[in-house]
Ligand binder design. Structure first.
Ligand SMILES: [Zn+2]
Length: 118
């Protein structure tokens, strides 16, 4: 994904979220401060998760593909063999799960499978 496309996606999603919050407020005119806070947190965590996932994927992939980082086995120091892209699930602080599609490497010496750092 190119940087411009990523940012267009973020802008679209943030507009949706802001509109959603406005609509929610109309439907919940008596919501307490805490309820408003919880609702906004919940909605913002969606954008947060998407931004984390997109940013992590963009930088991690670029580094691996250009060879800017040496991806080696932490045990043997052997250069990892690329084994194609795999999904990796990570939990964010907002309690959401982010799915990253990352290049996956395997150590030719010990067979250890590793996702590049990031
Ligand atoms: Zn190894």
């Amino acid at each position: 994904m190119k940087r411009d496309e990523v940012q267009v996606n973020w802008t679209g999603l943030s507009e949706e979220i802001m509109q959603g919050i406005g609509e929610w407020r109309e439907q919940h005119p008596r919501a307490t401060f805490r309820e408003i806070e919880a609702e906004i947190d919940k909605r913002m965590s969606e954008l947060r998760a998407k931004m984390i996932s997109d940013t992590a994927m963009a930088s991690g992939q670029a580094e691996w593909e250009t060879g800017a980082i040496g991806v080696v086995c932490p045990k043997c120091g052997e250069k990892l063999e690329k084994k194609g892209k795999k999904k990796r699930k990570l939990a964010t602080q907002g309690g959401r799960e982010v799915e990253l599609i990352r290049e996956y490497g395997v150590c030719p010496q010990c067979g250890q499978g590793i996702f590049p750092p990031g």
